[in-house]
Design a protein around this ligand. Sequence first.
Ligand code: SF4
Length: 385
Amino acid sequence: MLTLSGRVIKKQSAVVPTGPRLYSLSTNANLPLALRSKKTFLIKEPVAVPKGFGHYFHLEGVEVTSVDPENTTLLGKEFSYFGNDDVVSLSADGRIRSIYRADSNHNSILLTEQCNNYCLMCSQPPKRGDDSWLLREAFEAIRLIPRETKVLGFTGGEPTIFGQEFINLVQHTKNWLPHTSLHILSNGRSFADENFAYEYAKVQHPDVMVGIPVYSADPTIHDYVVQAEGAYDETIRGILNLKRFGQKVEIRVVLHKQTYKGLPELANFIARNLLFVDQVALMGLEHTGFTRANIDALWIDPIEYKEQLSEAVRILSNYSIHTAVYNHPLCLVNPDVYPAYVKSISDWKNEYANECGPCTKKNDCGGFFSSGIQNGYSQSIKPFL
Ligand code: SF4
C-alpha cells in the first residue's frame, strides 16, 4: 500500500506560507530553462542537480552534491514512488500529501470532508468545520495536472456542499482538462434542487458522470444506511433531475449485511423506474472509516451473497443496463457475473492474499482492499488452478 500522506524529514529552511502549497514535480534534468521555475525537481537517483528549478525534493539515501539546503526538502523512502508530473501538497509544518500521480488511472481529489449523510460504512468519516481550503487547493491542482490525463475523480465528503463553487470547479476542470473524463462521487441530494441540477448541466462538460449511491428500494433502509431521514427522496429526485437535464449518472450500491438481501428487489426497482441511468455499480465493502466501528452490523462474506449478486446482474443485464461489479475477489462470485466483473480497486490500496500465490486468474482478479486483507477477509478464497 502506498503512503499517500505523511511528514517530510526536513523541509526547506526558506520561509514557506503557513497553508499547504502545491508542487508539480519533474525528473527531467534537461527541462528547458524557461519552464523550470514553476516545477520542483525530484532527486530520486544520483544526478548533477540541474539549476533553475523553483524547488527541489531530495529522496533520502540518494547521493548528490551541491543541493541548496535553503531550497530543498528531504523526503523519506516511503515517497520513492513520486514521479515526473506528479502533484504534491506540502504544508509549512512538514505534512506532505500526494494529490495526483501521473502514472496512475486512480486519481481522485478530495474536495471536502463535510457531508449531509452519515453512512454506516463511510470510508471518509464526515467532519464539521470550514475546509474550503481543500476546494481552493483543487482549483490550483487542476492547473498543474497534465493535459493528457485520461480520467480524474472528485470525492468527499459531499463535493456539492459548496454549491456554486463546486459548479465553478467543474467548469474550471472542463477549461483546463478538456480531454479528461471526470467522475464525481456525490450522494445526489443537492441535485434535488432543480436549479442546482440545471446550473451543473449548463457547464456542458463533454465527459462527466456523477456516481450516486442508492442502497435499497425501501426508503427506510436507505435512510438507515446513510443515517439521514428523507435522504432517499432527495437522492432519487436528484437522479431524476440530472437525467432530465441530460447528465450521466451511475448508481452505486455497496453490498453488506444491510443491503444484500434487498439487492434483487433494488435491481428490479432500478430497471422499472430508473432505466435511463448510464451504469449501475455493485460494490464490495471497504474495511476503513466507519466500517471498522460498525463491522458487526455490516460485514458479510461475499460468498454468502453471491446468489443475490448473480440475480441482480441478471435482472439489470436483461434490461440492457450497463452493470459493473467492483471490489470483489474473482473466486467469490459466480461465473455468470464475469461479464460485469471489473478489476477496480485503486492501485495504491490493492493487495492479494497468501492463498492467491498459485492462482492462474490473478491477472484478471481485482484482489482485496489492503484494509480488508489485514482484517481477515474470507474463509472461501480458492485459487483457480
Ligand atoms: S485466489 Fe486470489 S487471485 Fe485468485 S481469484 Fe481468488 S482472490 Fe483472486
